[in-house]
Design a protein around this ligand. Sequence first.
Ligand SMILES: [Zn+2]
Length: 282
Amino acid sequence: MTGPEAVTGSGSEGAGAVPAAGAAAGIDGSGTGRARCVLASNPSPMTLDGTNTWVIAEPGSAEVIVVDPGPDDAEHLRRVLAAARAGGDRRVAQIVLTHGHLDHSAGAARFAAMSGAPVGALDPALRLGDEGFAPGDVLVAAGCELRVVGTPGHSPDSLSLLLEADGALLTGDTVLGRGTTVIGPDGSLGDYLRTLDELRRLAEGLRVLLPGHGPVLSDPAGVLDYYIAHRQERLDQVRAALAAGARTPAEIVAVVYADTDPAVRRAAEWSVRAQLDYLSSI
Ligand SMILES: [Zn+2]
């Protein structure tokens, strides 16, 4: 595993980390013609409603692809396998990880054993029985084509998957269904800003984003514009805090993230460190 133990995907930076009552019910089972969400029951301020596991197949196909089995939770993995089989004997052809953080990947080995499918990821250390793939590759399985888009930033090994047939992009933790993403201790804001620009270009041809946490997003270009503007706004705030004399990450968090839920304060400090690294590199 590459992700540090405590690093999960998300943090909403005060934009409503706690799911509204009933929100989770709307996410589970949502998706597109070819992608269906199975929501894991690991909600928290850092994982929003829980981790979204995506089951992908062309209707009528005898195979499926499973993206992000999620936490190592036997009940969740049984639900994923049941969704994959769809009451019949559909076979899991491939498991794909959007990145190595444990709320996405910890169940991968168990699910591989349950389903007999290989695990593919950008990080070779996360692969099981699979030679892996690289950004730009197209995965062909379950009657579908999924193009691997390298989207580093949240973590170095983050990828997104373009399901062109549905105009959909599976974003992992690079774009979330609510709030904004935290740059983890293993992430890079410079990479993340480049990734957002690339996804903004891609968004012109998209209908939906299928995130790793939170609900399906139906305005990809609008969401990416918001993410890009939010990042620039935070950088401006950090610059202003520095100019006003703040020196340590904790001092900057106290000024810039004053409105942030204490439950994600540690994540805010990661974000500040990532911003300071970035500002010192440009
Ligand atoms: Zn993550």
